[in-house]
Design a protein around this ligand. Structure first.
Ligand SMILES: [Zn+2]
Length: 389
């Protein structure tokens, strides 16, 4: 199935100029050939020849480019696409589906279409004529099987709508999973998967704190301070990259296997644990992960169910429902005095989260499902620290 993903583009100044030239030239070509087709249509409408074909106009475009040399600065596919669109407008008119085609105005939506020759290069999207690649918003993974890209401007912002062939099947009706988010562990799932934060990321976070402290001691306006600012920025950047990569690996592995993911409301979680020093850092990673998993589930018609603060997931026994009031944050194992259940604390919480989610979506609580071993294998292959409980 063909799906679309819209990403924000961040062109530099010279790229902006070239983008504007593309918008303008595609509009010019459309209007130029609309004029030609208008005349042809007016002359021939009586003898039932309805108009020029798209191939006629493409041939004419080749000679037009010799006359208007500036058109050679523009990706020729995009110019040809204007002709295809013009042809579509005429066909639709001939079928009496739409009115006679209109000229395009500068006030209309500005866009052009690229149908091949694109590549992704790190955080840049390379399209023909833009050899350096245009930066795009981080956090949006560019899909593999791109069929077409529509580049558009909305006032002063640029976007690319990426149309791609997706082999995602629908996950509606697939299994349900509860996720407990943590500080010690990144997350624990209700089927017993524990994912640890990256050691390398932790190290960098510590380094960031050290360097930030150093920065606060530097004299304002000094050369020393400027150098330190750059140092801090670079660590920030590295942390962002690592966190994004980590988030993608984990969210993809989970979204691939489930139809419903139950998760606690993040703000509430933060409020309950805000005495913890690692909170803000953990929260940033979580917020991003939450977004990633949400759109990856959407791709597959899967759903995310959020549960709120009145569901004390960590204190309830997932087997008998007894509430343990004296559970401390340092207690890593949950032991139920009523039924004797002894279980990893986060796993117990994750099972409760899933069960509350099941009630929310109107299903009963099923038997415990076995560990999704495919997910675990995939993540450890990606270099992540994974344990099955
Ligand atoms: Zn119990």
């Amino acid at each position: 199935m063909i799906k679309a993903l819209k990403v924000r583009l961040y062109p530099d100044e010279s790229q902006k100029i070239l983008l504007e030239k593309h918008f303008g030239s595609c509009r010019f070509v459309y209007n130029h050939f609309l004029d030609i087709r208008n005349k042809y249509y007016a002359e021939h409408r009586k003898d039932r020849k309805k108009g020029l074909t798209v191939f006629d106009t493409m041939k004419m475009l080749t000679s037009l480019k010799k006359e208007k040399v500036w058109l050679n600065e523009i990706n020729s596919q995009s110019l040809q696409h204007s002709l295809v669109e013009l042809d579509k407008a005429f066909r639709s008119f001939f079928k009496k589906n739409t009115d006679y085609p209109n000229f395009r105005s500068k006030k209309d939506n500005q866009y052009f279409i690229v149908s091949s020759g694109f590549k992704k290069d790190g955080k840049k999207l390379i399209i023909p004529k833009f050899t350096e690649g245009i930066g795009y918003r981080d956090g949006s993974p560019i899909p593999e099987n791109i069929k077409q890209i529509v580049v558009a401007r909305d006032v002063d912002r640029y976007f690319a709508s990426i149309h791609y062939e997706s082999d995602d099947e629908t996950h509606k009706g697939r299994g349900i999973i509860g996720i407990d988010i943590g500080i010690k562990s990144f997350l624990t799932t209700s089927d017993g998967l524990k994912i640890e934060p990256l050691n390398a990321l932790r190290k960098r976070e510590k380094r960031l704190k050290r360097q930030q402290k150093k920065l606060s001691r530097k004299v304002k306006g000094s050369e020393n301070r400027n150098r330190q600012i750059v140092r801090v920025q670079k660590i920030h950047q590295k942390i962002r990259d690592m966190r994004t990569d980590f988030g993608h690996k984990v969210s993809t592995a989970i979204a691939k296997h489930y139809g419903t993911v139950v998760i606690e409301d993040l703000n509430v979680q933060g409020m309950q644990r805000n005495h913890h020093p690692a909170k803000s850092i953990a929260d940033q990673g979580w917020y991003q992960f939450r977004k990633m998993i949400e759109y990856k589930l959407q791709w597959r018609d899967a759903e995310i169910v959020e549960i709120g603060r009145f569901d004390p997931s960590s204190k309830i026994c997932s087997r008998c429902g007894n509430t343990k009031h004296e559970l401390k944050l340092s207690d890593r194992v949950y032991h139920c005095d009523a039924c004797g259940l002894t279980m990893d604390r986060d796993l117990n919480a994750a099972i409760n989260i899933r069960n509350i989610g099941l009630i929310k979506v109107g299903k009963g609580i099923p038997e415990l499902t076995p560990v999704e071993s495919a997910t675990a294998a995939e993540l450890s292959k990606g270099g992540l620290r994974v344990a099955t409980l």
